[in-house]
Design a protein. Structure first.
Length: 395
């Protein structure tokens, strides 16, 4: 039997291949650009079969799926392909979320309205052109990777953002909502038929306003037991209100002075190295749960006590200026630093780096381990501090 990926996150293919093999299935990746997975594929050997197809064409994807032998499950672990993945699973009679529910989860305004209606957010979505509830955020209703997001503290800033948004390609439509102030975190959860388990909390380090680019993260955050239990109950209500019934969820939230406020819900496992952090912290391959859910089976990850592994911290490396990536200096120092730091490249020499205000310009990630998330992050920051992306001006 075969488990198929409709595109995937940059990292995690190796873990997914192991999970599929442990379940007795082959793993096939449908992709429109296999270079995205260059690092992971170099480590997978023959454990992943790649099928090159235009994944923006649902009809072509359906044909490719029907040409594969004995497809038992379809995994769509990215935001961009969440809706097409749900539609395709339904067409082929495979287990998967209801397409209508996925469409709601991919619409940040619809999610905000639901949360507000259930008393889980202090505000519903706002009118981008007339909102006066400053500070506020204008954003793409289906945006990803911190793209097309504008923080506005005054009417003048809002109006400037509206002009910029008018000439910015959006995946959805322009929406507005309050800017929730406080430290940013995310809950990492797995859900099966409405039952949710909180796997842990991920911290975030952001660049200064107004860009707020993601710079570093650590997992799992050491919260007091009572606070963690309360957060677990809260996120269960949030996901139920939003209509998330099964699968991983990576829910960003801010701890405000009045409690947690959702920033966005991503109905998937976290990106970057969140999946790897979960595997190390929980001492198990959490991608087993992704495969089991794709097969329509209750995942073992829903049960048992959390913890048992090591904490991790990871730091993203961005260039100081736009240009063509030539490489990095300092990678040879990693072996001499504490925390077993490792390098995960997200770009390759020759790539053009233009978008310095969001995650698209990230060139790689340094991950390090420690007995706590705090110590792991300190080690990752120490390791990342010696690495410099080298770029030259773009001709």
């Amino acid at each position: 039997m075969t488990v198929v990926l409709l595109e995937a996150l940059t990292f995690g293919l190796g873990r997914l291949a192991d999970a599929a093999r442990d379940a007795g299935h082959d793993l096939v990746l449908l992709t429109g650009d296999r270079t995205i997975y260059r690092h992971e594929l170099s480590r997978c050997g023959d454990r992943v079969r790649v099928v090159d197809v235009d994944t923006t064409d649902v009809a072509e994807c359906e044909k490719a799926l029907r040409d594969l032998p004995d497809v038992a499950g379809l995994i769509s672990s990215t935001d961009t392909w969440a809706v097409p993945g749900a539609d395709l699973a339904q067409r082929l009679g495979l287990p998967g979320p209801a397409p209508a529910a996925v469409r709601v989860l991919r619409d940040k305004a619809a999610v905000r309205a639901r949360l507000h209606a259930h008393g889980l957010s202090r505000s519903g979505p706002l009118d981008p052109a007339a909102a006066e509830d400053f500070p506020l955020v204008l954003k793409d209703s289906a945006g990803t990777s911190s793209r097309a997001v504008w923080l506005c503290r005054t009417p003048a800033e809002r109006d400037a953002a509206l002009r910029e948004a008018a000439v910015t390609p959006l995946k959805g439509r322009l929406i507005a909502e309050p800017y929730f102030e406080g430290p940013l975190y995310s809950t990492e959860t797995v859900t099966w038929r409405g039952e949710t388990r909180l796997l842990g909390v991920l911290s975030r380090v952001l660049s200064p306003e107004p860009v707020r680019r993601e710079e570093a993260s650590a997992f799992p955050v050491a919260l007091p037991d009572a606070d963690l239990a309360e957060l677990g109950e809260w996120i269960g209500h949030v996901l139920k209100a939003a209509g998330h019934e099964s699968g991983f969820a990576h829910t960003e939230f801010v701890f405000t002075t009045t409690g947690p406020e959702v920033v966005e819900i991503n109905a998937r496992i976290g990106g970057a190295l969140v999946g790897e952090a979960l595997c190390r912290a929980l001492g198990t391959n959490v991608y087993d749960a992704m495969v089991r859910i794709a097969l329509g089976e209750r995942p073992d990850l829903l049960d048992g006590e959390p913890g048992g592994g090591t904490a991790t911290g990871f730091v993203a490396l961005y260039p100081r200026a736009a240009g063509v990536l030539e490489g990095w200096t300092g990678l040879d120092r990693l072996a001499d630093l504490p925390g077993n730091p490792e390098w995960y490249p997200t770009a390759s020499p020759g790539d053009v780096l233009e978008h310095l205000t969001d995650q698209r310009s990230c060139t790689g990630i340094v991950v390090a381990e420690g007995p706590t998330a705090e110590l792991a992050l300190h080690r990752a920051q120490a390791a990342a501090g010696g690495i410099t992306p080298v770029v030259r001006a773009h001709d």
